[in-house]
Ligand binder design. Structure first.
Ligand code: AKG
Length: 375
C-alpha cells in the first residue's frame, strides 16, 4: 500500500471562519485525499496541527475526540536530535539511557515481512518471544540495518520510568501531566495490525518513520475482527492485511477505508489517537523508535469494559434473535444510558450497580457474578 498521489481538498472537516483559523496557530486544514497504489483506494489525511501547546490540546484537540497529527511537537527532544544525526547516534543515545534490564522481544522470520500476526492456521502466531537486554537489541537492529530481508524484531510498550529513567528526565511531553508514564517501542520494519486500545494515546515518533491508519470505532463491522480472547498483542485485531487488503475475501473493508484517515510521521512528530479508535501502524525504516502515552480518565473500576462485552457474548450470542432484540432494549437503557441515568428514580442505597462504582464495589459485584455463574 504505497501512496502515489496527493489529490485534493476534502469536505470532511467542518468549515471554520477565518478568525478561528487565525487563532489556531497555523493549523493545516487541507484534508488531502491520498490514493493508494493497489486498486485505487483513497484514504483521507489526518488533520494536522503545528506548534500545539497544552491549552490548545486540552481545549480544542481533546474535546474534538478525533485523531490529530501534532507536527514537530518533540523536535527539541535530545532523543529526536540524536535520531536526526544518524541511526548509530540514536542507538548510542538509547544505550546510554538503558539500565540493563531484560525486556520481551517479538521476533518473526523474514518471510512474515514484519507483519506480526497469527500463524497460517490461526492456531498460534507467526512470531516467537524472547527476553533480551535492550542494548543488545539495539546493536542487533543496527547490524541488521542494511539486510534486505531481516527477521522482524519488535520490543513493544516498555515502561520508560522502569527501564530508562534518564530518558524520561531528558525527553518530556509538554501536553500531559507527569503522572502519565510513557512507553517505548523499538524495532525494525513492521506492520502492527489494526486494533484499538482502551486508552487515549499520544504517540511520538523518535526515530524512523511510521504510517498510522485510523478508523472510527463504529467501523468495527467492516474491519473483520479476529478472535477476541487470543490475540497477538492483547487487543482484538482486524485480520485484513492493511498493506495488501484482500477485497474479494473482505468486501466490506472498502467501506472502512472510506472512513479511514492516514498520516506518515517523521522524527519529532506525534499523533493523538482517541480512545477506542482502531489503528494500524506500519514502521517504515530499518530502525524505528516510538514513545507513547496512554491514559484513561475513567475510574479504575471501569477500565476493562471489553470483559463486559466478552461476558455478554458468552451469555447471549446463542439466544434467539427476538430475545436478543429485547436484550438490546435493556442494554440501551441500563448500559448505554440511552434514556439518561437509569437509576435516577432510586435513592442512593438502592442504586447497587447503577452509576459510577468504586473499585471495591466493582470487586464485590464481580464476586457476586462469579458465584452466580457456578449455579
Ligand atoms: O507503533 C506501533 O508499532 C504500535 C503502536 C500502537 O499500537 C499504539 O501506540 O497504541
Amino acid at each position: 500500500m504505497r501512496f502515489i498521489n496527493i489529490v485534493a481538498n476534502s469536505s470532511r472537516q467542518p468549515a471554520r471562519d477565518d478568525s478561528t483559523i487565525r487563532r489556531r496557530r497555523h493549523v493545516d486544514y487541507a484534508q488531502m485525499i491520498v490514493a493508494l497504489e493497489h486498486e485505487g483506494d483513497a484514504v483521507q489525511k489526518i488533520q494536522e496541527w503545528h506548534d500545539v501547546d497544552r491549552a490548545v490540546f486540552e481545549n480544542e484537540i481533546l474535546p474534538a475526540n478525533r485523531p490529530a497529527v501534532l507536527r514537530g511537537l518533540l523536535r527539541d527532544w535530545p532523543a529526536v536530535k540524536a535520531a536526526r544525526e544518524s541511526q548509530a547516534d540514536l542507538v548510542n543515545y538509547i544505550k546510554r539511557c538503558d539500565t540493563g534490564g531484560a525486556v520481551n522481544a517479538m521476533i518473526g522470520p523474514p518471510e512474515i515481512k514484519g507483519r506480526f500476526f497469527y500463524s497460517d492456521d490461526f492456531q498460534g502466531f507467526n512470531f516467537g518471544s524472547r527476553q533480551v537486554p535492550i542494548s543488545a537489541a539495539m546493536d542487533t537492529l543496527l547490524s541488521l540495518a542494511e539486510d534486505p530481508q531481516p527477521p522482524a524484531i519488535a520490543l513493544q510498550a516498555m515502561y520508560v520510568p522502569d527501564i530508562m529513567p534518564s530518558f524520561l528526565e531528558e525527553n518530556k511531553l509538554p501536553l500531559l501531566g507527569s503522572d502519565i508514564g510513557p512507553r517505548i517501542w523499538i524495532g525494525n520494519r513492521s506492520m502492527i495490525a489494526t486494533h484499538f486500545d482502551n486508552n487515549h494515546n499520544i504517540a511520538c515518533v523518535v526515530g524512523g518513520s511510521r504510517r498510522f491508519t485510523v478508523f472510527p470505532p463504529d467501523q468495527v463491522a467492516n474491519l473483520y475482527i479476529g478472535p477476541l480472547l487470543r490475540t497477538p498483542g492483547g487487543s482484538p485485531i482486524s485480520i485484513v492485511d492493511l498493506r495488501n487488503p484482500d477485497h474479494a475475501r473482505f468486501p466490506k473493508f472498502r467501506q472502512a477505508l472510506e472512513s479511514a484517515e492516514e498520516a506518515v510521521l517523521e522524527p519529532g512528530d506525534a499523533i493523538f489517537i482517541p480512545i477506542l479508535w482502531w489503528h494500524g501502524v506500519e514502521s517504515l525504516d530499518s530502525l524505528n523508535i516510538l514513545v507513547n502515552y496512554w491514559w484513561n480518565e475513567a475510574s479504575a473500576a471501569h477500565h476493562k469494559p471489553i470483559l463486559g462485552l466478552v461476558h455478554s457474548m458468552a451469555l447471549m450470542s446463542g439466544l434467539p434473535a427476538e430475545q436478543r432484540e429485547s436484550w438490546r432494549a435493556f442494554f440501551d437503557h441500563f448500559v448505554f444510558q440511552a434514556d439518561g441515568d437509569p437509576g435516577a428514580h432510586l435513592p442512593p442505597d438502592l442504586r447497587d450497580v447503577y452509576g459510577t462504582l468504586s473499585p471495591a464495589d466493582r470487586d464485590q459485584i464481580m464476586a457476586f457474578i462469579a458465584e452466580r455463574m457456578k449455579r
